[in-house]
Design a binder for this molecule. Sequence first.
Ligand code: SF4
Ligand code: SF4
Ligand code: SF4
Ligand code: FES
Length: 927
Amino acid sequence: MNIARRDFGTPTIVDAPLVSLTIDGVAVHAPAGTSVMRAALSAGIGIPKLCATDSLAPFGSCRVCLVEIDGRKGMPASCTTPVENGMVVRTQTPSLAKVRKGVVELYISDHPLDCLTCAANGDCELQDVAGAVGLRDVRYGFAGENHLGQPKDESNPYFAFDPSKCIVCSRCVRACADVQGTFALTLTGRGFDSKVAASESEPFAQSECVSCGACVQACPTATLIEKSVIENGQPDRVVKTTCAYCGVGCSFDAQLKGDQLIRMVPDAVGGANEGHSCVKGRFAWGYATHKDRVTTPQIRERIDQPWRDVGWDEAIAFAAQRFVAIRARYGRHALGGISSSRCTNEEVFVVQKMVRAAFGNNNIDTCARVCHSPTGYGLKETFGTSAGTQDFKSVDHADVILLIGANPTDAHPVFASRMKRRLRQGAQLIVVDPRRIDLVRSAHVAARHHLPLRPGTNVAMINALAHVVVTEGLVDEAFVAARCERESFERWRAFVASPECSPEHVARDTGVSAAEIRAAARLYAGARNAAIYYGLGVTEHSQGTTMVMGLANLAMATGHIGREGVGVNPLRGQNNVQGACDMGSFPHEFSGYRHISDAAVRGAFDSKWQVHLDPEPGLRIPNMFAEAIGGAFRGLYVQGEDVAQSDPNSAHVADALRSLDCLVVHDLFHNETSNYAHVFLPGTSFLEKDGTYTNAERRINRVRPVMAPLAGISEWEAVCRLSTALGYPMSYGNAAEIMDEIAALTPTFAGVSFAKLDREGGMQWPVNDAASLGTRILHENGFVRGKGKFFLTRYVPTDEQSNRRYPLLLTTGRILSQYNVGTQTRRTANVAWHARDLLEIHPHDAELRGVVDGDTVLLSSRKGSTTLAAHVTSRVPEGVVYTTFHHPGTAANVVTTENSDWATNCPEYKVTAVEVRPTNERTRVDA
Ligand code: SF4
Ligand code: SF4
Ligand code: SF4
Ligand code: FES
């Protein structure tokens, strides 16, 4: 069965007046600017094509799509000819048929005729076109000069390139440039000698290619094709679902053959990604069936014993009996749970419900504690809602983009591609980051300003930017007067106008010249539309919340909030960080960010859940660990999070976990945390889940099961069974019923149901009576809290300062091919690109220490030390070193400290004073 979607040949045109024309005698109406090809197909009239595809602007090279138009000479290409009022078009005439057949005959004469054994058989546009034009033989034979027999490039782990099948349509080259924005491919040579080349005619794996797969998707033949299709054949059915990696939340067609997943193809109408993807979502899904998956529940009496496989009943009974015993002996506050941003909204909701209703306390926290908790707090206080203000499409209208503490090309690649497209259209970019991230300068993109501030000085920087705004008359007075709290604004204005906030004053702390800060502030404030995008480089600081508030202040003061093209936008790390927070995973909040102490809200939950809920906020993760070491906290349920590896000061976390009487880990694989566990409950990968994720745009997307749970039951079902065994019965017929309960209890989700999501596609919350199909942009006619509130953001230098013993500052981040602690991506072919974590160090700092590229170095802080390979590079400034944290062997969090954000306890991962030394053995490793 052919599952290919209908390709209209050229992109859709919206918001244009309709024009009327006649195609093959049929009256057709299409928006002005639409190609004749698209207009014809919209009316059910297909025109053969090869070089056109609707994800790319038309190119007009293959000459297969010719038509005749009254009053026009010759045969224009329908893909490059826009519709006009009164146009009369013919797509089928004897002359057209003859010319088309001749063109296709030429293509086929230089193409292998191995259709029956070709991997694209049944999914090849050349094959389709040959059939459509009625080609029956090739007059020229195959004896002359041709491109057949050229060597294949199979260097990429996920796709192959067979140049003998290339028809030089340039779709791949255009996809790499226009969709992905990497410009890794070119057409070299002319005429007959034209061919596709990656970078300087290198193998794909060694080229600049980032394996997004856009070229593979665009290729009309088997020239670029997934190895999974070559090995397993063409898929025959589709399940629409959502990527389980980053907070972009790309929608995919999971294409299967029977029960076997063959490939993931980004959904052309997926709201977040519109047909694009990155290497992780498209290719790195093999971990789901990796041999390391634990699919049977396991228990053990003590953590020094081996695991024993048991059935679900025994495992649940064992866990429940231990938790009940702890509750009896130490009281209900001795228990707690941690929910996961990798799990669905429904799975997270039942976990927090179990903790509140069955454990009997509010000791529920989530991994957002260690990433975006300052976003939740800071935006709630200033704007009234703990969420980003825009959808991704909004960046298409931004004239200036202020990117702070985020590296989207690695961490949010599909959004980065969209942002790069906007930059190529002329938007200006300001990058605030200690490191020279790719966006500072890459193919056809260059930041107007790069402010490489010292780690830990974000707040000084935002105050200096604000200082320029208020002292140079750049405040949007009308916006502030109409939309913001006057008193808080005046206090803030006086504060940031003070000399201590001036660019000149902070230049020494930040390491950035006052002139650059002033120029950047003027550019942002003076733009018609300026948008802020930020990441963990903002939040993971001791002043993370202060900085989020500073961003909100800046946006309000300049009026860059509440409409298209502006806003304050956190780029969320994990796929469901937004959702996990929305679902009431924090110890002080119910779903929808309502405080636990609100009697009316609590009453609604009491009544729905038939239980009397604790009005006191519970413990945050760091408090759970501290209390565990102190002896008062004894039992913990952890859903899909490897806290022993991902949380700061690993030794302290290990001490806490070791102190527990019962640790239940619910996950896909054994990990560092399960070393301390007594019960292991096998979880489900995204391919087995039925539910929803909420991405960084607040878009609630459906996740649909591609295969049955390998462990036999869903994660939410296991949680319900545990809760029931603890004496609080929970049961649902399916995940849709959990969403119904969420909707009933959460005003921002009031209009959400699986049936509606299946009908309408993803929707951005709030979804309710006032916005039945969701809300693209927040705060358009007023802030959710009423008037926007300014907060004073006094800069307090972190305690973590470099000194003689630890003279360098370590900051951390992600790389494109890997994801967080690598649990998933390390079990895929993505290790081809990042087999180990590297420590980036500036050449001057390296030379001072006698470190050369590739050396193994000892990285030490006040908290601990670890070894890893050095990469000497000027991407980092002097005095700063940088690493990723994807590999447990590196244990980067051995060195990070317990410093945390004053408001939310989000760890200060981004600033650790360290020293770097070559190790004694000076093992040379390949960096
Ligand atoms: S996979 Fe992506 S980056 Fe690589 S060549 Fe193709 S389009 Fe370009
Ligand atoms: S590799 Fe495919 S998309 Fe690229 S030019 Fe050749 S046939 Fe066209
Ligand atoms: S950008 Fe993020 S959500 Fe999209 S495919 Fe990549 S990892 Fe998945
Ligand atoms: S499809 Fe129109 S010229 Fe190729």
